[in-house]
Design a protein around this ligand. Structure first.
Ligand code: IDC
Length: 501
């Protein structure tokens, strides 16, 4: 008799076992979308405010309340990623500046009055002002937390390259305690977050906390960094925040370099000890490498155009490939984290060729993957929506640039159910939103769809797949919002908003 082929059987078992393991993997626990206090899925659509915070002595953005009003009126945004600076929060070790937090709270109230969701972002680039004597290149960390050990930091034309300077590397190595010399730095950072959360836990306009902008691992890179000290920082911050704030959403970013270009992240799943379903959000950025290298979104999708990539095709084709790669990898990471996605930064010089098409593309991609988004940024620097300030006069009104029209588009602010698809067709200005009924009593209130003024007098027209008489759509002219009550006995609904004809 022939001997049974054990090795082959074993291999088959391993393979079948492996695929069974995949099939029987538990389904995601948490919602894959962010919900408001009525259990509705919210779409976050807005700006980073602002880059000017970094260089400001008081760490405040350039805006006044009238600028928030202009943004709301001209683009109907509902989201702001608001920059914080650790240096301002904790100017001396263990001492928090309450006046700084008061100033933040005042600005939060400007947004709260207009129903925005505010994400507090602990921003840093290149560690902190203290990496160079002139203080011109880095921002974020306090001087007392900056240890370059006297290693040099040269300014570079392309600011990101300063990440590679020895003094910058060493500052990060000390923070992550790769050097074993400064374990206290991470303790301070975690406690500082707890302090912020304690202050804003009861402010409903504050949606959540972005634990660290664009983490950089110093000499630890990739999975070693993301699964190691970065995950440790996140776990400790999540635990500390939850001691004082059960409800806010906690946003985590991957390593920025590489992941911003579309490469995969190794960030591990992070537990959320809150009562109820987890509220962790995956918040990556996108800055395609060709764009970092000075390419524009000019040319066309068929490869024609300016051919600046020097590869016999337009740079747009090359950038589109980066976007596809980014999208695939972001979805994979969000699956692992069982987290909704918010694109925390995307942006470019609005005068570069094809810039507005790139923004349209990213708005479409974020719609497709059910992600919120914050454009970088609302500064008066050529990237933002404003061409500048009108000269003179008390009002100093902001002057709209090309981005205003692109960002001012119909979108569902809140969906009373489980979102299935959101699609905006720019040529016909038609928005289609489909969602499933949630029959578990967890959702109250109407679906709300924002519609811009231009081309949509009286809100334009709205239709529903629900039978006539079983649903209602009410136009709130002040907020420029359709409030839709759908037929609760139907499993799925599709709403279509288009210009009046
Ligand atoms: C940029 C600012 C620029 C500044 C630089 C360094 O636009 O004026 O010199 O930061 O502070 C990011 C960062 C974000 C950057 C943005 C655009 O998170 O802070 O702002 N960007 O370069 N990562 C990739 C791009």
């Amino acid at each position: 008799m022939k001997r049974p082929p054990w090795p082959v059987l074993a291999l088959v078992l391993v393979l079948v076992g492996g695929s069974l393991a995949v099939v029987t993997r538990p389904s995601p626990e948490g919602p894959r979308y962010i919900t408001d206090d009525q259990g509705r899925a919210i779409t976050l659509h807005g700006f980073n405010t602002a880059g000017s915070t970094k260089g400001d002595p008081d760490a405040m953005p350039w805006i006044e309340e009238q600028d928030v009003e202009s943004e709301y009126e001209q683009m109907g945004t509902n989201f702001v990623r608001f920059l914080l600076q650790w240096r301002a929060l904790e100017p001396e070790p263990g001492e928090y500046d309450e006046e700084y937090l008061d100033a933040v709270a005042e600005r939060v109230s400007w947004y709260a009055e207009r129903d925005y969701h505010v994400l507090l972002d602990m921003h840093q680039d290149l560690w902190g002002q203290g990496i160079t004597e002139a203080g011109r290149v880095g921002n974020g960390a306090p001087e007392w937390g900056t240890h370059t050990d006297g290693l040099p930091v040269e300014e570079q034309e392309q600011w990101e390259l300063v990440y590679l300077e020895p003094g910058t590397m060493r500052s990060f190595d000390h923070f992550w305690n790769t050097t074993g010399e400064h374990p206290e730095l991470m303790d301070h950072y975690v406690r500082a977050w707890r302090h912020v959360a304690d202050r804003f836990a009861d402010e409903p306009a504050v949606l959540g906390y972005d634990l660290m902008n664009e983490p950089w691992g110093g000499t630890l890179q990739g999975p070693d960094f993301e699964k190691g000290p970065l995950a440790e920082l996140y776990r400790r911050s999540i635990t500390a925040i939850r001691e004082v704030d059960n409800d806010s959403w906690i946003f985590v970013e991957p390593q920025a370099v590489g992941i911003n270009w579309g490469l995969p992240s190794a960030l591990p799943h992070l537990d959320d000890p809150r009562e109820g379903k987890p509220r962790i959000v995956y918040a990556p950025h996108i800055y395609p490498l060709p764009m970092d290298m000075g390419e524009s979104y000019g040319g066309d999708e068929n490869g024609g155009g300016d051919g600046r990539s020097g590869r016999g095709e337009s740079s747009r084709v090359w950038i589109d490939r980066s976007i596809s790669l980014w999208r695939r990898n972001v979805l994979a990471t969000a699956d692992r984290l069982e987290a909704p996605i918010v694109l925390g930064e995307f942006g470019l010089d609005t005068s570069s060729p094809g810039a507005m098409e790139y923004v349209e593309r990213m708005l479409a991609v974020t719609d497709e993957i059910g992600a919120g988004r914050a454009y970088w940024s609302n500064d008066l620097d050529g990237w933002g929506p404003w061409a500048g300030r009108a000269d003179g006069g008390e009002e100093r009104a902001v002057v709209p640039g090309p981005l205003v029209d692109v960002m001012n588009r119909p979108y569902p602010r809140a969906i009373a159910g489980e979102p299935l698809a959101v699609h905006y067709d720019r040529p016909t200005q038609t928005l289609t939103v489909s969602f499933a009924e949630k029959n578990d009593g967890s959702v109250t209130g109407p679906t709300e769809i924002y519609v811009p003024e231009g081309g949509f007098p009286g809100g334009g027209s709205i239709t529903s797949s629900d039978p006539e008489g079983s649903w209602s759509g009410e136009w709130d002219a002040d907020r420029r919002v359709w409030e839709v009550e759908s037929a609760p006995y139907l499993q799925e609904h599709e709403l279509v908003v288009s210009p009046a004809n």
